[in-house]
Design a protein around this ligand. Structure first.
Ligand code: 3PG
Length: 383
């Protein structure tokens, strides 16, 4: 794989860079978003190297949104899934105007870009408003590629998707991993393979089905798998413990029953219940998990311990972040909600590396090949 950080400055200077970012950010995470911060750092790096930058990104899954269902080539745009607001946010962070294109008229867009002097930043509307993005259409990728001289993937969080702006686009341009993506790859190297032991994995969030691959991969090599959120609720249900109205994953009950006798899987000792729903882990669990985390040399965490979008149910997750300050070696935490809570509470120094990846982190840890990374590895063109 080739990296942006290795491109000689003289080769980069004067180029129009197509920069794939993951700006799929919930409104409530915008204030303190890791994805925005890391994206801004790469844009600033490119501008300081005298490039123009054309940002490519997506938001949500418009093909699934009711308003988005259309038989026409271009899906009906949906205001909530527009990237316009995020482009404003990003522009404030980089301290520079971002010209936003809300249509996919590539000829006009290209003409517009060429009219501007070098060193400007542009952004295309949510690429998933176009059907070709999610179908990894080669012709859509070719049109995208016509807007720049070089392609940079700086979107680890969407690299598990075989989308046109992540995968097929690399057929047309010299393609590199950006600064953010490079830092993710370096961080994951430290936990994949044979990391220092004890190895502790924390798995929370809503759906156990998304985490099965990681649990399977780590059940042999982790000393402990601590559970919270809907994942823990699924194990409770599998044990026959009533979970009331709590979120749990019915489809994963069979697997949960199979794993439940494994001593490495730790369930909460106590939980916070409100209105018949389990909404956080309790103080005894935080104390118990803290003890285990303190002994860890390698620590991996994906998915919050409770319904952290409500400040009332953040104590469990915050408690574990505080515990991490005591863990000795290397820790990695991923997922938009958990990382934005860590940034909001200014606890980032407790963690060695915050990953922007949610689903991508899970797939990477479970040993799957990510199409975005594979595409970069296949690309042989250089600047
Ligand atoms: C994410 O937020 O995990 C990525 O942007 C991928 O989004 P997706 O699951 O809708 O493809």
């Amino acid at each position: 794989m080739k990296f942006l950080s290795q491109i000689p400055k003289k080769n980069l200077s004067g180029k129009t860079v197509l920069l794939r970012l993951d700006l799929n950010i919930q409104d409530n995470e915008l204030k303190n978003s890791l994805r925005l911060k890391r994206s801004a750092a790469t844009i600033i790096y490119l501008l300081s190297n005298k490039c123009s930058v054309v940002i490519l990104s997506h938001k949500g899954r418009p093909s699934l949104a009711k308003q988005g269902i259309s038989k026409s080539k271009f899906l009906i745009t949906n205001k909530e899934l527009s990237l316009k607001k995020i482009s404003g946010k990003l522009s404030n962070i980089i301290g520079q105007k971002i010209t936003f294109f809300d249509s996919f008229d590539f000829k006009k867009t290209k003409e517009n870009i060429l009219k501007h002097p070098l060193g400007e930043v542009f952004m295309l509307e949510n690429l998933r408003f176009n059907k070709g993005e999610e179908s990894n259409s080669v012709s859509f990728a070719k049109k995208l590629s016509s807007l720049g001289d070089v392609y940079i993937n700086d979107a680890f969080a969407v690299s598990h998707r075989s989308n046109a702006s992540v995968d097929a686009i690399t057929e047309f341009l010299p393609s590199y991993a950006g600064l953010e993506l490079e830092s993710e790859i370096e961080a994951f190297k430290k936990v994949i393979g044979n990391p220092p032991k004890p190895l502790v994995l924390v798995i929370g969030g809503v759906k156990i089905s998304d985490k099965i691959g990681v649990i399977k991969k780590f059940i042999g090599k982790a000393e402990w798998i601590l559970t919270g959120g809907g994942v823990a609720n699924t194990f409770f249900a599998a044990k026959g413990i009533p979970v009331g109205k709590s979120v749990f994953d019915k489809n994963s009950l069979g697997l949960a029953k199979k794993w439940i006798s494994n001593k490495k899987i730790v369930l909460p000792d106590d939980v916070i219940v409100d209105g018949g729903e389990i909404l956080d882990i309790g103080p005894k669990t935080v104390a118990h998990y803290t003890k285990i985390i303190s002994s860890a040399k390698t620590f991996i965490w994906n998915g919050p311990m409770g319904m952290i979008e409500n400040a009332k149910y953040q104590s469990g997750t915050i408690g574990l972040v505080k515990a991490m300050a005591r863990s000795k070696d290397f820790s990695i935490v991923g997922g938009g909600e958990t990382t934005s809570l860590i940034l909001n509470k200014n606890l980032q120094s407790n963690v060695s590396f915050l990953s922007v990846g949610g689903g991508a982190m899970l797939e990477y840890l479970s040993g799957k090949k990510l199409p975005g990374l594979e595409a970069l590895m296949r690309n042989k063109k250089s600047l």
